[in-house]
Design a binder for this molecule. Sequence first.
Ligand code: AMP
Length: 197
Amino acid sequence: METKKISSILRIVFLGAPGSGKGTQSTLLSKKLNLVHISTGEMLRAEMAASTPIGNEVRNIMDAGHLVPDKTIIELLRKYLSTLNPQQGFVLDGFPRTVVQAKALDDLLNDIKRPLSHILELSVDEGTILGRIRQRAESGSGRSDDNDEIAANRYKVFMEQTMPVIQFYQSSNRLKKVDGLGSVEEVQKHILGALGR
Ligand code: AMP
């Protein structure tokens, strides 16, 4: 009985390139299914806005579109997860971005016997991604890391450091690919379908 209850809690990792729609979709999903939306990018931006030691440490790194050190982000996430009610489902957006982070996440969650329930990759072809990134940079999203050159760098970082995360989950048959093409509503349906909802 207890096992059944635990296994019905959604603990989702949501992977996708910058510009794949991962931020929009994970926000919508969390509202729809009453999950906590954990965005490590948002956490870091909040640290920067409050000029905390972590915020000051990561400012230049983030503004250049690089990844902040694994140790820093893993510790930030560990602290956050320790405050979360274990019965609360969540969707992780922007973490893990390296294989080191993916392994640390497995360890953190296995320690508390709350493993991930779903690992989704929002899959969008490269041409569409690059077009969306350019559009976002041109329209000025207000994010300090959203200009053309930095956006291109974030995509490069994704290909080099986060693609191996996708392969890491794929090699153990844990990854579900979701078609990220279509309207926001259509893509949301694909995601809900992948979750069996
Ligand atoms: P995002 O809002 O997810 O696009 O993240 C914005 C920026 O925050 C990234 O370009 C990185 O500089 C940093 N960041 C967010 N999450 C992570 C992470 N898991 N590992 C390293 N850096 C991260």
